[in-house]
Design a protein. Structure first.
Length: 96
């Protein structure tokens, strides 16, 4: 499937991207190659392949949840642009 520059321009507009004519030509070629490869993959016979949600065995890689001292409040809020009484001070989001 070969994409035209107009099709790439349309996709760029949907993504709110400004592309030069040179970029349009470059991306048209690259996106066309990706779509052609996807078409080739769709032709592969997979009816005898069982569905595989994970290609690798699942292993819990989380660390043991052990209590530890927390960060001191002064250090946690040290780089905050605005703080008050040990809290981060942010602009109100909701109207009262």
């Amino acid at each position: 499937m070969h994409l035209t520059s107009e099709e790439v321009r349309h996709v760029a507009e949907l993504a709110k991207l400004r592309l030069s004519e040179q970029e349009l030509a470059l991306y048209a070629g690259q996106l066309s190659a990706i779509l052609e490869y996807a078409e080739r993959l769709q032709q592969v016979e997979t009816s005898c392949v069982a569905p595989t949600p994970y290609v690798l065995p699942l292993v819990n890689v989380w660390a043991e949840d052990l209590p530890a001292p927390s960060l001191p409040n002064e250090l946690a809020t040290a780089n905050a642009p605005d703080r008050e009484d040990g809290f981060f001070r942010v602009r109100a989001v909701f109207e009262e």
